[in-house]
Design a binder for this molecule. Structure first.
Ligand code: SF4
Length: 437
């Protein structure tokens, strides 16, 4: 894996914390911090997006650092031509921008000549100053016109100044959104990348409950975009898609309010909320979901025995922290020391916040040194964090779980609840084995 990046969006490495009461629910408090943060940038999301849409190509316009980050996050592809790459721009002044555009056009032309199967090309912006000076949206328009519709060229930012790693997906989906056709046909639209097998399972379950057509964003083929309109009920599979949700609502979609599909409880409530939005009889929902709930709870049991009563600290990284904390507390019996999130979208998190135990400390943003001091003072049993923090904490005798694993693993749904709990139980089991060795 590549090194995570440290960025200080405010330029203030020692921003002072403030504690503000959280409106929903009143019992929770939110600690807001603004300082040095330790997270991967949005380029990382290319790793799961390129697997999802094999006919798309992600061309990072960036520096050698960007190339190293994406390549090491994705692993080296030896036998297949990868579906991502980096156009490395050297130092240049403003007068050199025309050359940079020519270079980019030449590179895209060469790429498409070699790879005729590419249907959608994403130009992904990054944070080096020479890239910021380039107008990638104009470049995308210019290239789309030049390619006469054979390939759609889109752009979005994965820059570490603007994005944490899951926001890359939010930005990529928003880039696709203007291409979605309009239709007021009733449908359920699931937004957020799911593992193909997990998605297939949800589609079967929704069909058995009698829902109208269910479509997914992103689709498996980049050109087969689902429609959107006033008949669309939007169900978020991932909690980090605030921008996409707002843009879809702007196109007429209605957001289904539900917890996120992590764990048995969250997954059941997520599916039941979608069914209720279409007026499905709760009895029918129970007939379909009860056996899954039963099986999921049984699968959780051995992991609950490891996790129960253990103290958990989640550092802000993936924006999945609040739903995961809810699952680990309510279904696995863990005690929550602190639940960090890079950004807190109260509207998308209201249902999840209400399920946290009263008085849970939720922190938004990060001042990494201050947060590490809180970790050391609390000595939790497990810290969920980025790769850059895991090794130092392990060296201090604190067990860790890499948050990036949670976006690369199939963790959604009742069927996956046992596997999800196992991801957190494994480091605790390993540590207890080592202490007996
Ligand atoms: S986009 Fe910025 S933070 Fe991300 S790898 Fe490139 S230089 Fe680093």
């Amino acid at each position: 894996m590549g090194s995570p990046v440290s960025v200080s969006p405010t330029g203030s490495p020692t921003g002072s914390p403030s504690v503000a009461p959280c409106a929903e629910p009143p019992a929770a408090e939110v600690l807001r911090q603004d300082g040095q943060r330790e997270v991967f940038c949005g380029l990382t999301s290319i790793v799961w997006l390129h697997r999802r849409m094999p006919d798309a190509f992600f061309l990072v316009v960036g520096s050698r650092t960007c190339a190293h980050l994406v390549q090491s996050a994705a692993g080296v592809m030896i036998f297949a031509e990868p579906r991502f790459g980096t156009a490395i721009l050297g130092e240049r002044d403003l007068a050199g921008l025309a050359d940079a555009n020519d270079e980019l056009d030449r590179l895209v032309t060469d790429l498409l000549a070699r790879r005729p199967e590419i249907r959608t090309l994403f130009l992904v912006g990054s944070c080096p100053s020479e890239v910021i000076k380039l107008d990638l949206s104009r470049a995308a328009e210019r290239l789309t016109t030049r390619l006469a519709g054979r390939v759609r060229v889109l752009n979005y930012s994965g820059s570490g100044i603007e994005t944490t790693f899951t926001q890359g997906e939010d930005n990529a989906l928003q880039a696709l959104l203007p291409l979605m056709p309009s239709s007021d046909e009733p449908q359920l639209l699931i937004a957020g990348t799911l593992a193909d097998a997990v998605e297939d399972r949800f589609l079967v379950l929704f069909e058995r409950m009698g829902l109208p057509p269910v479509r997914c964003l992103p689709p498996r083929r980049s050109t087969e975009l689902p429609p959107v309109g006033r008949g669309t009920k939007l169900l978020l599979a991932q909690p980090f898609l605030g921008g996409t949700a707002r843009a879809l609502q702007h196109r007429g979609a209605e957001l289904v309010e539900a917890p996120y599909p992590f764990g048995v409880e969250g997954s059941r409530d997520w599916m039941a909320a979608a069914a209720a939005a279409f007026g499905v009889d709760p009895q029918r929902v129970a007939e379909v979901l009860d056996p899954l709930v039963e099986r999921g709870r049984r699968a959780l049991e051995p992991h609950r025995r490891v996790l129960e009563g253990r103290r958990l600290f989640l550092m802000p990284d993936s924006q999945m922290e609040i739903p995961l904390a809810r699952f680990l507390h309510r279904e696995c019996g863990m005690e929550l020391v602190e639940v960090g999130t890079p950004y807190l979208d109260r509207r998308l998190m209201a249902g999840e916040l209400a399920l946290l135990p009263p008085g849970t400390r939720v922190s938004e943003g990060q001042d990494v040194e201050l947060q590490l001091e809180r970790v050391r003072a609390a000595r939790p049993d497990l810290v969920v964090c980025g790769l850059g923090l895991a090794n130092p904490l392990e060296a201090e005798g604190i067990a860790t779980k890499w948050s990036i694993e949670l976006v690369f693993s199939p963790i959604h749904g009742c069927d996956q609840a046992g596997d999800l709990a196992e991801l957190f139980a494994r480091p605790l089991r390993r540590r207890s084995l080592l202490s007996f060795a």
